[in-house]
Design a protein around this ligand. Structure first.
Ligand code: SF4
Length: 346
């Protein structure tokens, strides 16, 4: 099933898609056999837009990001099917050399835990200079050093000149994430993928890093794909949102539409479980009963059926297609079957 999701206004010309993912299927080989970690994922992101991808652990958010970056663990992770069109060029099966020209220059990624992405035995300046050596080989050594210092300054690192000579363990978690962001931006990418970049940070530092990403996005006009399990962050940061459940797209919409008129029973459940300012103290928040199905033992039909308060007989037999329920709003649920003619795919 193709699950195209058009995020952002317009579909051609000046605001043509920067990235268009179509019907993406990524699988992993495991001791228990091959599993599909994502199936039929699709969306579009345009210049200057921030798309949030939200869902519980294991729903396929990070696998989607790693598939786009072509950084799936080898040899187990494979893109089985689908297209990842970057300015029209399908990079889903592009050879490694081709991807090396794209990563950093056209798409960059920042990860949840900067400590695993940064090298503990090299100074920060050296790691940053290596990125410039790859993407800006026209710069002299002195120019590259100046550019590194400017970039560290831009991401809010105080006293950047002396930080260049420090090691990763000498700086805080928030500063490490700022260094990661600097490295990701060195090649001036069109698209930044941020995979839960603030999960490992405490709350005040989280807010600073989110604001930094927003400021940099506004300044550069790059598109951002922001992966999180936190709907509050989606509301703060994003223009559009893709809700994923058990490897599939459950719903996609503008952030405004998703929060004002959520359609999928899963999205509705997620929104009900967020505390609000007028929630009474000691109120027990509603939860979505049941567990996400294992990817090793997926049900036929809708993957949300065992937790859905509105499940019908058809939900047990056929996976629901994606129905378009409004401009830029699509939902994978049989409750919207009455507008089947406007189905968004599948
Ligand atoms: Fe619930 Fe059926 Fe919709 Fe799935 S398709 S969310 S089980 S009503």
């Amino acid at each position: 099933m193709t699950t195209d999701i058009h995020t952002g206004p317009g579909s051609s010309g000046r605001n043509a898609p920067l990235i268009e993912v179509r019907d993406l299927v990524t699988s992993f080989s495991t001791e228990a056999g091959r599993i599909k970690a994502i199936e039929g994922v699709g969306f579009i992101v345009r210049k200057g837009r921030i798309l949030g991808i939200v869902g519980e652990s294991g729903c396929g958010k990070s696998v989607t990001a790693l598939s786009i970056m072509r950084l799936l663990p080898k040899p187990s992770g494979v893109i089985e099917r689908g297209e990842i069109r970057l300015r029209g060029q399908d990079i889903a099966q592009l050879p490694v050399e081709g991807m090396n020209h794209i990563r950093g220059r056209q798409i960059s990624m920042i990860f949840q835990e900067p400590m695993t992405a940064l090298n503990p035995v090299h100074k920060i300046g050296r790691q940053l200079r290596e990125v410039f050596d790859i993407h800006r080989s026209d710069l002299s050594k002195a120019q590259a050093r100046t550019a590194c210092i400017e970039l560290l300054q831009k991401v809010g690192i105080p006293d950047p000149e002396s930080r260049m000579d420090e090691y990763v363990h000498q700086i805080s978690g928030g500063m490490r994430q700022r260094v990661m962001i600097a490295m990701a931006l060195a090649g001036k990418p069109d698209i930044l993928i941020a995979d839960e970049p603030t999960t490992a940070l405490d709350v005040t530092i989280q807010a600073q890093i989110l604001q930094l990403i927003l400021d940099l996005q506004a300044e550069t006009g790059m598109a951002v794909i922001f992966i999180t399990h936190d709907l509050g962050v989606i509301a703060e940061m994003c223009d559009d949102v893709l809700v994923m459940y058990a490897g599939k797209v459950a719903e996609s919409a503008s952030v405004k539409d998703l929060f004002s008129t959520p359609k999928h029973p899963y999205t509705q459940g997620l929104l009900r479980s967020i505390p609000t300012l007028d929630s009474r103290r000691k109120t027990i928040l509603p939860v979505i009963d049941g567990m996400v199905p294992s990817l090793f033992d997926l049900p036929a039909g809708c993957r949300f059926q065992n937790r859905c308060p509105r499940a019908m007989p058809i939900c047990e037999t056929e996976p629901p297609p994606l129905y378009r329920v409004g401009s830029g709003h699509a939902v994978s649920c049989y409750l919207y079957d009455n507008i089947k003619d406007e189905s968004a795919g599948g």
